[in-house]
Write a protein that binds this ligand. Structure first.
Ligand SMILES: Nc1ncnc2c1ncn2[C@@H]1O[C@H](COP(=O)(O)OP(=O)(O)O)[C@@H](O)[C@H]1O
Ligand SMILES: [Mg+2]
Length: 237
């Protein structure tokens, strides 16, 4: 089987700063790949490099064999990448309905069906459909942000720390949603919540100081407490 997404030894700069200095990863169809690493390791920059917000200076990125390099973000998105950014990326002064409408790449029957499915997954959004996004709670904003990726027919969805800053009960809901999505689509998940990452992920990559340093199956990682401590700084009780 060929990888759906392949990132090969990319180097990315933000201004004068050489942030990524050799990130590689492969994602196969149907997998959930989790990207782990300490704060500031380069996880968000990796996702932003994939969708062209931080275009890599070197290396290669392909989706389904097509190079994403030098492709502007709107084209990468059109090629079939859903992106759920760290800070939600919802429009505060638009309603839930308008936020979803704006995210839709098409308004065909299939897209409208996906929108209805999204409202089944997140009943909160149906209830708040005509309200401005700024009135939503943090958890609801995260749900809206994920929904914006789900209304389109994507080949892969990149999700950046969906549990960040949310109450445990909401994190549980997000985890359940990710478990549902896992059955339908291919996902790259950046997640600092180790329990959530392990529950949802199939394979992992650890990024440290802008480089991929380790990868393997999540099952092996769960058993390897020494590795968790060395690379993720997890203190085990
Ligand atoms: N806009 C920026 N300007 C300068 N440095 C940045 C910017 N964004 C990120 N960085 C730096 O790049 C490194 C990686 O950041 P990031 O990819 O956000 O890490 P992570 O998501 O793993 O926490 C950090 O050292 C961070 O300070
Ligand atoms: Mg980040």
């Amino acid at each position: 089987m060929k990888p759906l997404l392949k990132v090969e030894d990319i180097s990315s700069f933000i201004g004068p700063f050489h942030i990524l200095q050799g990130v590689s990863l492969e994602v196969y169809p149907g997998e959930v790949v989790v990207i782990l690493g300490r704060n500031g390791a380069g996880k968000t920059t990796t996702l932003r490099s994939i969708i062209g917000q931080v275009p890599p200076a070197r290396g290669q990125i392909t989706l389904d064999g097509v190079s994403l390099l030098n492709m502007p973000t709107h084209m990468a998105v059109r090629a079939g990448i859903g992106y759920v950014p760290e800070d939600y990326g919802v429009f505060d002064l638009l309603t839930v309905e308008e936020n979803l409408k704006l995210a839709m790449r098409q308004s065909d029957k299939a897209t409208l069906t996906r929108r209805d499915e999204v409202l089944d997954i997140f009943p909160d959004l149906g209830i708040a459909y005509k309200r401005l996004a700024m009135t939503l709670s943090g958890g609801q904003r995260q749900m809206l942000s994920i929904s914006r990726a789900l209304v389109n027919d994507n080949k892969i969805i990149l999700i950046d720390e969906p549990s960040k800053g949310l109450a445990p009960i909401i994190v549980e809901r997000i985890q359940n949603v990710l478990m549902t999505l896992k059955k339908k689509t291919t996902i790259v998940l950046v997640e600092q919540n180790f329990a959530l990452a392990c529950a949802v992920g199939d394979r992992y990559y650890i990024i440290n100081e802008g480089r991929t340093v380790l990868s393997g199956t999540v099952d092996d990682l769960i058993d390897d407490t020494a590795l968790q401590q060395t690379h993720l700084g997890l203190v085990l009780t």
